[in-house]
Design a protein around this ligand. Structure first.
Ligand code: ATP
Length: 235
């Protein structure tokens, strides 16, 4: 469904991602692991059209999406949920959700259906629908960021570090919701520091080191990989 072939991104003279090959099949939950600065967010930015590749290609359903604008990429069905959530703090929960539906702005029925689906997934957002986004807890803000992304009816959702700043119990609930979103038919590409929880729901993982993919495999293989265990699983 989504494929990166030899994807390379530079910031000036610095190469942040080198020759990345990633394959995401429909229905997958693929996790990108790696230390801070290893290149995960840059990979997401490239897929979302926010930075350009200097070489390689990105294919979505077999067609190249290189050079397409970020809003075109959202319209095609790839939506990113950034690490810093980028909510509109002075707008209500529901207004924030509606911002995610702009690609369907002519289809009111579709928007209402998506809104119901988001409220079903995160009932607390329904309870707080008239509250300002800034008044939500960290976990609720993350739900809102994910909910807003779902409003565009994505085929693939890119989730950058959804557990950042959340308490362990909240992280667990968040990952259950991510699995639910996947069960409902959205393919997921996830960047996470929290390797144990992420691999527990993943179908495949890639480990970044200094901009390159150092290890890849099924969660079982990564759990038993010495290097991965030492660096990311506290073994
Ligand atoms: P994090 O979890 O901290 O976001 P990451 O794995 O997502 O880490 P990236 O954000 O992709 O890593 O960063 C990869 C490298 O590119 C880092 O060395 C970072 O300092 C550098 N970098 C990121 N954005 C820019 C930019 N706009 N200009 C120059 N260098 C950048």
């Amino acid at each position: 469904m989504l494929e990166l072939r030899g994807a390379t991104v530079n910031y000036g003279n610095f190469s942040a991602v080198q020759q990345a090959d990633i394959s995401v099949e429909e229905g997958d939950i693929v996790v990108l692991l790696g230390a801070n600065g290893a290149g995960k967010s840059t990979t997401f930015r490239a897929i979302s059209g926010l930075v350009r590749l200097v070489s390689g290609e990105i294919l979505f359903k077999g067609d190249s999406i290189d050079g397409k604008s970020p809003d075109k990429i959202v319209q095609m069905g790839i939506v990113q949920c950034a690490e810093d959530r980028k909510l509109f703090p002075q707008m209500s929960v529901e207004q924030n959700l509606m911002m995610g539906a702009y690609v369907h702005r002519k289809n009111k029925k579709q928007i209402r259906k998506s809104l119901e689906e988001v409220y079903e997934l995160f009932p607390i957002l329904y309870d707080k629908r008239t509250n300002f986004a800034h008044s939500l807890s960290g976990g609720q803000q993350q739900m809102l960021a994910i909910g807003r992304a779902l409003m565009s009816k994505p085929k693939v959702m890119l989730l950058d570090e959804p557990s950042t700043g959340l308490a362990p119990l909240v992280v667990e609930q968040m990952f259950k919701s991510i699995q639910q979103i996947n069960n409902n038919g959205t393919t997921i590409l996830l960047a996470e520091q929290n390797a144990k929880v992420a691999l527990s729901i993943a179908t495949k993982g890639y480990v970044y080191e200094n901009g390159s993919i150092a290890v890849e495999g099924k969660p079982k293989e990564l759990f038993s990989n010495e290097k991965v265990r030492k660096a990311y699983l506290g073994a």
